[in-house]
Every structure is written in structure tokens, then in C-alpha cells.
Design a protein around this ligand. Structure first.
Ligand code: XIL
Length: 397
């Protein structure tokens, strides 16, 4: 009887370990979840953990750790710049696929999925395009054809190899823009009107019917007043709702997740509630560009731990807030970091006044920071009943 009970218990334990998709203890050594990679731990939740990849760093033989960690810690990758228009088509009609193809190959070698970033954005456009529009040599009708041809060429080139496409990026203004009432902003809205958004999704769907198509933006982690005139999340929610209602093929909303420790930010329940509302529209969600920057005060730069520690802790808390919210919502498919090491982060280059940095999960010498450990702990110490595996998503129609 006793023996039988033990056998049953053993069988249950083995079954549980199999169901959890964790490796059994190896010869004498107990299973240590903290020794697993982020990607291995996320797999138990069906969640993909990702990073933006800097192709120069990936190719640098003097910096092998970058390549190792990009391949071992993450299950999805995004080109930090290599799939942007200025990179892919620097000269009109001449495509430079090399670096982007290298990333797609790297992903295949490492069993990773690829987020395509980005088809339509007002930044990092080639000069031939913006100059042509400015000097009138490219008129509106031609501009629309150019956009259609670009989306078609790029999506076709990578057809079957991109899991999620950021089809339209950052189309909505911020409260600090002029006018302050939220509106569609930037090069494309100004030249083509907001109808380009629906067009872009339709063209992308036609070119690769199997890719999940996302709208991607920042400062949409949580709802505010609920008024679309000043609440960007509400504005994007209503945009997505209207696109869905009109049968436009949008499958998901990506929340970039660029946070800073100097701001108010949100708690996990607010962020989870926002993800749930987007899921209520029948949309997948993802965090697509997570980093948490801090101001590099004179004290931080001088190595004063009284100034550094609170920043590292606040950073870890913010990474954790976004990750836990994502874990809690079964339609949140992936959690991508915008770079994983302070050695290669866009933050110091882009936020100079005042200087900011310390935004990623590993320091400049590839030592994991508190942010990394907290994300790892979130992946380990979460599960049923409130954290359940992802619901696999298929393109809508
Ligand atoms: C940034 C890259 O990280 C930088 O290397 C580049 O110089 C500028 O763009 N939102 C986005 C990303 O959607 O594409 C941006 O990436 C960061 C903000």
C-alpha cells in the first residue's frame, strides 16, 4: 500500500515536471530554476522572451558575449534598426537585405521567432523619400504607391519567417505635442491622412497571410482619463476597435514599454487591466521594446551607491510590473527588451539632456542586474490559477 502510494506520487511528480516543461534533476543535483535562462523559464508559460538586436554588436568578434547571450537567453529577436526603411532601401529601388537576413538566419539557428520591425514609421526614412516629398517630385498618389510597394516587397521578402510584424509604429501624438489634443501625427498622416493605417495592414496581410500584424506604440501601458483627447491608450484602443469593426486585418497591439525611473509609471494591476481590455477586442498583445532608463546624475556617474541603488531597484520594479502584467494576460504573447545590456543601449545616445542610462537588464560587463533577477523570479514564481499558458494566436482574417 505504502509502496503503491509512493509509485503513484512519483508518477504524478514526473507528469508534473513534464507538464511544466522543466528539466528533471540531473545526477544528484537538484533542479535549480534560477540557473535556467529567461527563455527556458518563459517557455513554461508559452511566453516568448525577446531582445532587440544590434547587428554590429552581433557581428563583433571582440564582443562574443553579446552573441552568446542573444542566442541563449531569448526566444524571439527584433532587428533594432536593420529592418527600418532607411536600412533596407537607402537608395530608391535598391534593397540591402544583408543585415536583416543575417538576423533571420541567426534566429533560425537558435530556434527563435522574429518580430519584424517596422513597416510604416515616420522616423528613419531614407532621404530620397522625405526629400522627394518635400521638393514636390513625389506627389501624394506616388507616395501611396511607394508605401504599398515597400510593404509588399519587405513582407514578401521575409514571408514565412516573421512571427509578428510591427506594421504601423507610433502613429499617435502625445499630450505634449501641438495641438495637445491627441491626433494622428507624423510624415504619413500629414501626407496621406490617417487612411494609410488601414491600407498598411491590408497590404501587409496580402503579402504574408500567416504573419500576425501589430500596431506598436509607446506610453500605452495603462489607461488614464478614458478621454481619447488626452489618454493615448484610450485613443489607440478606439483606433484598434474601429479597425477591427471595419474588418481591417490587425491582430495585435504592441506596447513598447520604454519607461524611466523618474516618472510615476504604473502598478501591475493597471497594466494587466489595459492588456485585458485590448484582448477584449480580440487582439493579441505584446511588450515590444522594454527598457527602464534612469537619470545619470553627477552622483550616479561618480559611483555613489546611495544614488545608484534606488535607480537599480526602481528599474527592476518596473521591468517586473510589465512582465507580471504580461504573464497575467493569456493573449500577451511576447516580452521583448530593447537591448539587454547597457553596453549596447540606445538610451545614452538618445537621452542626453539630462543624461540617462542604466536602462537594460545587464550592465556594461554583462553582469545581470536586479532587473534581470526580478524578471527571472517572476517567471519562476508564477503559475496557475492566475498565470496560465498563452493562448496561441492565428491571423484574424
Ligand atoms: C531606436 C534604436 O534603438 C536606435 O538605435 C536608433 O538610432 C533609433 O531608433 N521606438 C522604436 C524603435 O520603435 O525603433 C526605436 O529604436 C526606439 C523607439
Amino acid at each position: 500500500m505504502k509502496l503503491r502510494r509512493w509509485i503513484v506520487a512519483g508518477a504524478v511528480a514526473v507528469a508534473t515536471v513534464a507538464a511544466l516543461n522543466v528539466a528533471p534533476a540531473t545526477a544528484g543535483r537538484p533542479y535549480d530554476p534560477a540557473a535556467q535562462s529567461l527563455r527556458a523559464l518563459a517557455q513554461r508559460h508559452g511566453l516568448y522572451i525577446g531582445t532587440a538586436v544590434d547587428m554590429d554588436a552581433l557581428a563583433d568578434p571582440a564582443d562574443p558575449r553579446y552573441r552568446e547571450l542573444a542566442g541563449s537567453e531569448f526566444s524571439t529577436v527584433t532587428a533594432e534598426n536593420a529592418m527600418k526603411w532607411e536600412s533596407l532601401e537607402p537608395t530608391r529601388g535598391t534593397y540591402n537585405w544583408g543585415p536583416a537576413d543575417q538576423l533571420v538566419d541567426f534566429a533560425r539557428q537558435h530556434g527563435q521567432r522574429v518580430r519584424g520591425h517596422v513597416l510604416v514609421w515616420h522616423n528613419q526614412l531614407p532621404a530620397w523619400l522625405t526629400d522627394g516629398v518635400a521638393d514636390g517630385s513625389i506627389d501624394k498618389a506616388e507616395l501611396r504607391r511607394i508605401l504599398r510597394d515597400h510593404i509588399t516587397a519587405v513582407v514578401r521578402h521575409f514571408k514565412g519567417r516573421i512571427w509578428q510584424w510591427d506594421v504601423v509604429n507610433e502613429a499617435v501624438s502625445d499630450p505634449w505635442d501641438t495641438p495637445s489634443t491627441l491626433h494622428y501625427k507624423g510624415f504619413w498622416a500629414e501626407n496621406l491622412g490617417p487612411g494609410y493605417i488601414a491600407d498598411a495592414f491590408r497590404w501587409a496581410r496580402a503579402a504574408d497571410p500567416k504573419a500576425l500584424l501589430f500596431y506598436n506604440d509607446y506610453n500605452i501601458e495603462a489607461f488614464g482619463s478614458g478621454n481619447p483627447a488626452d489618454d493615448k491608450t484610450q485613443f489607440v484602443y478606439e483606433m484598434a476597435r474601429d479597425l477591427r469593426a471595419r474588418g481591417v486585418p490587425i491582430d495585435g497591439v504592441g506596447s513598447q514599454g520604454h519607461l524611466g525611473t523618474q516618472y510615476g509609471n504604473y502598478d501591475t494591476l493597471q497594466v494587466a487591466a489595459a492588456l485585458r481590455r485590448f484582448a477584449g477586442l480580440g487582439l493579441a498583445t505584446a511588450f515590444t521594446e522594454v527598457d527602464v532608463r534612469s537619470q545619470l546624475t553627477a552622483g550616479v556617474q561618480a559611483g555613489d551607491s546611495a544614488e545608484i541603488n534606488p535607480r537599480l531597484q526602481a528599474s527592476a520594479a518596473n521591468f517586473s510590473t510589465l512582465l507580471r502584467a504580461c504573464l497575467a494576460e493569456r493573449h500577451c504573447l511576447s516580452f521583448t527588451l530593447w537591448g539587454f545590456t547597457d553596453r549596447h543601449s540606445w538610451v545614452p545616445d538618445w537621452f542626453e539632456n539630462p543624461p540617462e542610462g542604466l536602462a537594460t537588464a545587464y550592465d556594461e560587463n554583462y553582469r545581470p542586474k536586479r532587473s534581470y533577477q526580478e524578471m527571472k523570479a517572476d517567471l519562476i514564481f508564477s503559475g496557475p490559477p492566475f498565470v496560465l499558458p498563452r493562448v496561441p494566436q492565428q491571423p484574424r482574417r
